[in-house]
Design a protein around this ligand. Structure first.
Ligand code: COA
Length: 257
């Protein structure tokens, strides 16, 4: 298990916390595979009623580790990131997210696969895929236009515009925006613990029914996006953008026609 993941149990609630504060909880390959492993085991463990994903009081996650994107870009369906996406997509029990501070890239797209999302008002959500020469991932190109309408989704996915926790709640990406990181964690925990009192099989059946209608289409889209994302990671545009991030400069896309 990665040293950057903290796993806690409280009654039937398993809390999975991303913990790499010096890199704003940027997700490494080891973190993805650790998260996938925890989810797969929690799904099989009958005593787990719900999972809570958080990054602590001040940062959810800055998304995929950019250095990893350069050094070891994910390759196909066996990659660690895909294993994590798969494990969350297939997870049969409720998943609750507590989002504070930055939630970048997969930090935002994973929320589309959680069941309840609590967010601090001033959290900053962002999917800067085009800004990095990449493309949408994890079903976001299907889910967001449906949820928000094409125009608003285009601001988020074609411009990579950031939005606040308050907006996420207004638009239906999150359940509720709260005043502080501590309040967000407390609310998410309170709601996740409610599953302890509910009939577990009824909850699982209900989640499956809610997710069923779009499931196969979404699965196909996630695979198509993943294949294109993998190609784009090796493109000159992405290499320029990722290198620029590491060098703390603005990428120069002027040379690309
Ligand atoms: N991958 C690798 N390192 C990252 C990272 C990431 N995704 N996000 C942040 N870091 C590192 C920074 O390089 C910096 O490292 P250093 O102290 O060794 O120089 C450290 O984490 C702190 O980041 P910093 O940018 O100084 O913090 P900030 O509070 O000013 O900004 C973010 C926080 C999250 C808004 C900003 O770091 C960011 O935009 N990160 C990149 C997000 C991204 O593009 N992710 C990929 C999405 S597909």
């Amino acid at each position: 298990m990665s040293e950057h993941l903290l796993v806690e149990r409280e009654q039937g609630l398993l809390t999975l916390r991303m913990h790499r504060p010096d890199k704003k909880n940027a997700l490494t390959r080891a973190m993805y595979s650790g998260m996938a492993e925890v989810l797969v085991q929690a799904d099989q463990d009958k005593s787990v009623r719900a999972v809570l994903i958080s990054g602590g009081e001040s940062c959810f996650t800055s998304g995929n580790d950019v250095a990893d994107f350069i050094k070891a870009p994910p390759t196909g369906l066996n990659s660690e990131v895909f294993q994590f996406m798969q494990a969350l997509f297939e997870f049969s029990k409720p998943v609750v997210a507590a989002v504070n501070g930055p939630a970048v890239g997969i930090g935002t797209t994973m929320l589309l696969h959680c069941d309840l999302v609590y967010v601090s008002r001033d959290a900053t959500l962002k999917m800067p895929f085009v800004n990095l020469g990449l493309c949408p991932e994890y079903g976001s190109s299907l889910i967001l236009p449906r949820l928000l309408g094409h125009a608003r989704a285009a601001e988020l996915l074609l411009l990579g515009q950031s939005f606040t926790g308050e907006q996420a709640a207004t638009w239906g990406i999150a359940n509720q925006a709260l005043d502080s990181g501590a309040a967000t964690l407390a609310k998410a925990r309170e709601m996740a613990l409610r599953f302890q009192q509910l009939a577990p099989a009824a909850v699982v059946d209900s989640k499956r029914l809610m997710r069923a209608p779009d499931r196969e289409q979404l699965r196909r889209v996630i695979e198509e996006e993943g294949a294109l994302f993998g190609q784009r990671l090796r493109s000159p545009e992405a290499i320029e953008a990722l290198t620029a991030f590491m060098q703390r400069r603005t990428p120069d896309f002027s040379k690309f026609v």
